[in-house]
Design a protein around this ligand. Sequence first.
Ligand code: HSE
Length: 341
Amino acid sequence: MKLILIGFGVVGQGFAEILRDKGSELQRKHNFTAEIVGVVTASKGSLYRSSGLDITSLLEAAEGGSFDDYPSQPGLRRDLAASEMIAAREADALVEVSPTNLETAQPALEYCHLALDAGMHLALANKGPVALDYATLREKARDKSLQMRYEATVMAGTPTMHLAEDALAGCVIRSARGILNGTTNYILTQMETGMSYDDALAQAQELGYAETDPSGDVEGWDAAGKLLILGNALFGRGFALADLEVSGITTISAGDIADAKAAGQRYKLIASATPAGGSVTATRLPLDDPLANVAGSTNAITLETDLMGDITLIGAGAGKLETGYAILSDLMAIERTAHRP
Ligand code: HSE
C-alpha cells in the first residue's frame, strides 16, 4: 500500500516508527506492506518519491526539524505540494495527520476530497474533516468504492470506531458517555497528586497528548469534536458545535479538586451524546463510578446498545504510538476489505 502523509508530527512519526519497527512482522503475519511515498508538512518541508521514502532517514530528518537533511535519492522530489502528490495518482491512501481545525477543517478537507477524486482511500487522525463534512465525504467514498476510516480521531488506537461500526454493526447505539480527552484527564489526575495546572499541562504537551494548540483540549473543544464524529458515526446525525453544551477544566482550581477529594469524589471531563445532542462538562463523580477510576491519559467510553446492553471500552486516549497504531489499524482494515471480490 503506497501512502501520502499530510503532516508529520507526533502521530505521523508514531505511525512511521511502527512501520519501521514492525514492518517485517506485519508482512510475515498479515501480508501487509506499506510504503510512504510522500510527506507534506507545514514546517519541515515536503518529500516525494514514487518508489518509496526511507523511513529511518525520514524520522531522523524530522527529529532534526527539517527534511533538508533527508539524503538525496534517485527520483526524490522536495518541491511538490500536497495537491501535486495526490494528482500523481501513485498512492493508494491519503493519511491525514495534520493539526485539527474544527472551524473550517482546512486545508485537510480539500486534500481529502482531492484524494477521493483521485481514487485514494482515507485514513485520518485529523478530526476536522470527519467532524464537519462527514456526510459528503462518506457518500463520495461510497460512490467510488473507497474507504474513509478515522479510528485515530476518537480514543487514539483503542478500537472505538471498529467496535461501533464493525463489531456492533447490527446494534442500534442509543447513547455514548465517557472520558474522551487524554490531556484533561492527565491534568486532573496530576492535580489530584498536588501538581499545578501549568506543570501538568506542560507534561501533557511533552508527552504528545495535547493538540498543537492545547486550548482546544482544556476548554473542551477537542472532546466536543469527538462528539461530532460520534454523532455522525453512531447516530447518523450531523451535529453542529452549537448543538452541544461545551465547557472545559480551566475553571477547576486546586481547591475544587481538594474539596471533591474530601467528599469522596473526583472531577472528570465527561462527554456524552444521544441522537438529540450532547455535552462536555467537568463533573464530580463518586469514586465508585467506574469512570472515576480512569486515570492519566487513559480514556473510556460506554456505548448503550439495543441488543447488547452497555459496552464499555477503556484504553489509551492519546500518545505517539497509541495514535500511530490507529492509522495502522485503519490501513490494515482497508487492505482486508477493499479487495474483496
Ligand atoms: N489532544 C487529544 C487528547 C489527542 O488529549 O485526547 C487525542 O485525540
